[in-house]
Write a protein of this length. Sequence first.
Length: 218
Amino acid sequence: MSRRRTVGTKKKLALLVSAVAVAGGGAFAMAATSNAAQTAADSTVCQGLATALGNNQSFIAGQKASPDAQSAARIANREAVIAQIKVQQEASGCVVGESAQDSQVTPPAAQPVTQAPSPAQTASPAAPAAPAAPANGQQVCTGSTVTLSGEAGAPAASSNQFPAGTTLRVTNLDNNKSTTVQVTSVSGSCALLNNAAFEQVREPGKFLIRRALIEKVG
C-alpha cells in the first residue's frame, strides 16, 4: 500500500509540474505578444507618424530627382526630421521606420458600359482643358488627411499642389480648431503642417487629422 501511494503521489506531482510549466509558457507568450510594436493599422498615432515619415521620404526623393542649389540643405533638414519621427515611433510603441504615403482623393470606379459607343465616341478625344485654379475661399483637396512634417519655426505648411506664398486654412473637424498658414515649401501631400501649425489644431496625443477641411484663402 505504501509503495502504491508513493507512485500515485509522484504522478500527481509530475502532472502538477507540467501544468505549471505550460501555464508559465503561455504567460510568457502573452507577454511577448503584448510587447509587440504596433503598426499603422493598429494605432491612429502610429498611422500619423508613418504618414509623416513617408511624406518626408517622398520630399527627399523629389529633391534628389530634381536638385537645385538648396537641395542639399533641404535634404539634411528632412533627414533630421525623419530621425526625430523614428524616436517618436519608438516612444509611442510603433514599428520604427514604418512609412506610409498620405492618401489623396481616390479615383472613381469605372462605370459599366450599357450600350455600344457611337462613331463620334470612338474618334480620338480632344485634349482635355487644363483645370481652373481654385478661387480664394474654395475648399481644396477634399478627402485628404493632414499630418505634421516635424519641422520647427513659425506656423507654416508645405504642399504638392500649391506654390510657395499660397495661403491655406486648415480646420480639424473633430475639434473645430483652425489655423491659417502660408505654403513655404514642397511636400508629398496637399497640406503638411509644421510643428507650430499642427499644435494649433491637433487633438492631444494624435499625429493625424482624419477629418480635415482645407481651404485656399489667398
